[in-house]
Design a protein around this ligand. Structure first.
Ligand code: NAI
Ligand code: 15L
Length: 266
């Protein structure tokens, strides 16, 4: 198998549960980590239950690891204090431990909410300035900048996968644009892990949907090609034909995140 030890953080989450089996062919041992319970380790698995904000635990978990799929953290808007703990401190611990333990590459589960304040009439590529739509989005911008810094300073490579909406099906009109099927997610991870050189690359995680807000030409060297399209769900969310679409849910790339209440602390 290509890797001896591959670490997946956030393994108990919605995407982690899907990836747990799908990434097995890539490593002799998949190290599964989460703050939540992960159940029993199956063959070819090791389980580490820890808080990513616990630096010593993260340093130990990283021993012998060759590559990391960093999916752990708070995945929607929350108080700044909670986001700071899990996403900012947690991601910093992951990068520092990875550097110290000689990890070659990290795939960082970033988010469309790094650019969530662009409007539905904007078509952007990876060179567009970030426009976070939430404290959550700001934390993902921090993770991306940290990844860029570790690449320039230490040679640790990262693909920041700005995931759109990765669920079994789109849940609203916006997700017809932002949807990333699970198969396409796995393909994006495979390309990101196995491309010869990635340096620091940003890849928008979307399927081959009829409407797109994001241009992946700056990540062409990864060779990612989506196979699925949200068009199979057209009858669930018929196109109104209105352009620009004035529906509040699709005004911004980040949808409702851009309108959520700001909570610094509880
Ligand atoms: P999720 O919320 O289901 O999973 C996140 C996991 O991280 C949870 O199991 C949680 O227990 C764990 N976690 C939270 N705080 C932690 C901490 N301090 N220490 C250790 N583990 C902690 O989210 P989901 O949907 O599986 O997303 C996974 C990753 O992908 C997240 O980083 C999210 O921001 C990102 N993402 C997901 C998208 C999607 O459409 N599902 C879209 C964009 C980004
Ligand atoms: C995200 O970043 C979240 O993790 C996920 O739960 C969805 O809200 C997704 O973005 C989205 O924008 O649809």
């Amino acid at each position: 198998k290509p890797f001896k030890r591959l670490l997946l953080t956030g393994a108990a989450g919605g995407l982690g549960k899907i990836l747990r089996d799908r990434i097995k062919p890539w490593a002799d041992v998949v190290v599964l980590s989460d703050i939540a319970d992960l159940g029993e380790a199956r063959e070819g698995e090791e389980i580490v239950q820890c808080d990513l904000a616990d630096k010593a635990a993260v340093m130990k978990m990283m021993e012998g690891v060759e590559a990391v799929l960093h999916f752990g953290g708070i995945s929607t808007e929350n108080t700044f204090e909670n986001i700071m703990h899990a996403n900012i401190l947690g991601t910093a611990n992951v990068y520092e431990a990875a550097h110290k333990q000689g990890v070659k590459r990290i795939i960082f589960a970033s988010s469309n909410h790094t650019v969530g304040f662009y409007r539905n009439t904007d078509y952007i590529d990876a060179s567009a300035p970030t426009r976070p739509d939430s404290f959550y989005g700001v934390s993902k911008c921090f993770g991306e900048q940290l990844a860029s810094y570790y690449w320039d300073r230490t040679g640790l490579e990262t693909v920041s996968l700005r995931i759109g909406s990765s669920f079994p099906e789109p849940k609203d009109r916006r997700m017809m644009v932002t949807w990333l099927s699970y198969d396409d997610l796995v393909e994006a991870l495979r390309r990101s892990l196995f491309a010869t050189r990635v340096g620091y690359t940003i890849l928008f995680g979307m399927s081959d949907n009829d409407v797109a807000w994001w241009d992946n030409s700056k990540a062409a060297h990864l060779g990612y090609q989506a196979k699925d399209s949200s068009s199979q769900f057209d009858d669930h969310f018929p196109d109104t034909g209105e352009y620009p679409d004035t529906n509040a849910a699709v005004t911004y790339h980040g949808g409702a995140f851009a309108l959520a209440e700001m909570r610094y602390k509880d």
